[in-house]
Write a protein that binds this ligand. Structure first.
Ligand code: DAH
Length: 351
């Protein structure tokens, strides 16, 4: 029977061998439990120390502690090795390969143009407002002084919906106040002029980018859905000069400093006088044209002010509206409006 001290060395060697042979962290933990864990072989040897004769205890204790320290060191070393190899890639790795690129998305060209327009108007004190795309006839036509026999109201030109009165769905169109008014997809953003003036007193200085709907067949220059920007400025003593200066400022920002603006008399029922705006620049000349019609505008008609409860003797104002696609097409030299809606990445990546 080997003496107590003689048992230490072989136990230690066996434990060391097991620790060093551990192939992963789980095996290492098992090896630790087998030797210096609370039920391990080495620990049970330690527990027998107390039963030794007094004169043998110091030497035996010292040998045991030295062996335990050695085991703990071996354990820590093997753990470090295993942790390191667990963190390394399993396959051979070529660190000189190029990294994986993340494809960064972009804003749609129409969104970019809209944001540029909004940025320019913000510089001169305009704020963005909004209104419903499902609109009633009052806001889309009547209150804009457009009589019911006006061609713009022809059911052939616009998308009418079954109104709440006919469907009985009171909550289907929550933003539409008049229960009996026929409901349609708005044909222009001008309806938002009315909605804003109904809810706030002058001064008003807004722009309204938004989607509008017309019963047009899609071709290179038409689409049943497109985007407009509406503008409305109401204050005391507002003039056509203010209108022209504002339009000139924004279009120069959008289309370049050599852009020129021209007003031609026109008719809109909600403005008087009314104009169409032409613009000319190197961009239009590239398209073979000195001038291109770009927007409608005018001084807000007194009847419109009456309709929203503004006193036309006190308040004056102007309004305009233009199509965003048209601006984007001229700006980028795009010859087919449908390209904006096809979501072909080869097209979109160019902007
Ligand atoms: N609503 C017109 C359209 O859809 C554009 C327009 C013309 C807007 C004159 C206006 C305006 O505010 O004053 O073609």
């Amino acid at each position: 029977m080997p003496s107590f001290v003689e048992q230490i060395e072989p136990l230690k060697q066996a434990a060391l061998a097991e620790l060093r042979a551990a192939v992963d962290l789980a095996a290492l933990e098992q090896a630790r439990a087998n030797s210096i864990g609370s039920h391990g072989k080495f620990t049970s040897l330690l527990k027998q120390l107390g039963a030794l004769p007094k004169e043998e205890k110091p030497a035996a204790g010292k040998a045991l502690n030295a062996a335990k320290a050695e085991l703990e060191q071996a354990l820590a070393e093997r753990r470090r090795e295993l942790e390191l190899s667990a963190a390394l890639p399993k396959e051979p790795t070529d660190f000189t390969l190029p990294g994986r690129r993340r494809v960064v998305g972009k804003l749609h060209p129409l969104t970019q143009v809209t944001e540029d327009i909004v940025r320019s108007f913000r510089k001169i004190g305009f704020v963005v407002d909004d209104g419903p795309e499902v609109e009633d006839e009052y806001h889309c036509f009547d209150e804009l002084n457009t009589p019911s026999d006006h061609p713009a109201r022809d059911t052939q030109d616009t998308f009418y919906l079954q109104s709440r009165a006919t469907t009985g769905q009171q909550k289907a169109v929550p933003s539409v106040p008049a229960a009996s008014a026929p409901v349609l997809l708005r044909t222009h953003t001008s309806s938002v002029q009315i909605r804003v003036m109904e809810k706030q007193q002058p001064p008003v200085r807004i722009i309204v980018p938004g989607r509008v709907y017309r019963r047009d067949n899609a071709d290179a220059t038409h689409n049943p859905t497109f985007q407009q920007v509406e503008g409305l400025y109401v204050d005391r003593n507002v003039t056509v000069g203010d209108l022209k200066g504002t339009v000139e400022f924004v279009f120069k920002e959008l289309m370049g400093p050599e852009t020129r603006i021209r007003f031609r008399p026109h008719y809109f029922s909600y403005t008087e006088p009314s104009f169409e705006i032409d613009f000319g620049s190197s961009l239009t000349r590239k398209m073979g044209k000195e001038w291109l019609e770009i927007a409608g505008c005018g001084m807000v008609h007194p009847q419109v002010f009456e309709n929203v409860g503004y006193d036309p003797e006190i308040w004056t104002g102007w309004a305009f509206g233009f199509g965003i696609e048209r601006i984007a097409m001229i700006r980028y030299g795009i010859n087919d409006i449908r390209l904006f809606y096809e979501n072909d990445l080869r097209f979109l990546k160019q902007f």
